[in-house]
Design a protein around this ligand. Sequence first.
Ligand code: NAP
Length: 252
Amino acid sequence: MDFTNKKVLVTGGSRGIGRAVSQAFAERGAQLAIIYNSNAAAAETALEELPGEGHIALQCDIADPLQVASAVEKVVQQLGGLDVLVNNAGIGTYHPIDSTSYEDWQKTWQATISTNLIGPANLCYCVAQNMIAGEGGRIVNISSRGAFRGEPIKPAYGASKAAINSLTQSLAIALAEHRIFVGAVAPGFVNTDLTSARLASSEGDEIRAQSPFNRVAEPEEVAYAVLFLASEGAEFSTGTIIDVNGASHMRS
Ligand code: NAP
């Protein structure tokens, strides 16, 4: 898969899956813009390690619609266009229904839906305006196995990912006539900061055993599916949700 001279925006490109996605695109010739929220040091390191020239990192809280609009404008200006958007940034805070106060329940639902659903929807909106006026493009949304399997201790997260699947399908239809192709990747557990505490806990062995490989995914394995959806030739796969869960959850 070749992305020479393609301009790619990856939200949350500074750590975990987003970092591996950015690296994979850059290794194949793309110019990257990575968005991070608060960890500037991680963004700087990720940026330095990208092969190739002309990559940029921007601070933007994707939960804030004004910051999203301004970030997309800057990226388009500085990269000279945009071919691919990867909506990767997301949060997953625990809020079990039987031990969370009503106040914290409100806060977590608001923050999760703002970051994991409305943020990506706003990025799709702003980027699509540019792609519609140009030559089209590709959007890949990072969903989760939890959209299909439930998330008992973080239900807002599961709901946000089910909604992003629906957003993916709606936009695949709405944007096809503009040559914008939209897909999603739904990983199971991946070895990142988001999951490190749970994987290191007594629950870790049970989580790894969910897959017949007896392990979780590495971020690079998720990145590979993202590359496919963004590649030349994948156009008719628009609207698809690719599982990357090591056969830990089957659906048909
Ligand atoms: P991670 O290691 O926690 O990294 C999250 C990234 O998103 C960081 O770059 C972070 O930037 C950025 N971010 C978080 N909130 C943001 C905001 N409001 N605005 C802008 N950037 C923000 O996460 P990950 O494990 O790589 O997960 C990436 C995506 O994959 C998420 O959508 C997650 O739901 C999904 N996913 C992960 C797993 C898994 O097991 N890890 C499984 C299924 C799906 P800062 O560092 O600056 O905060």
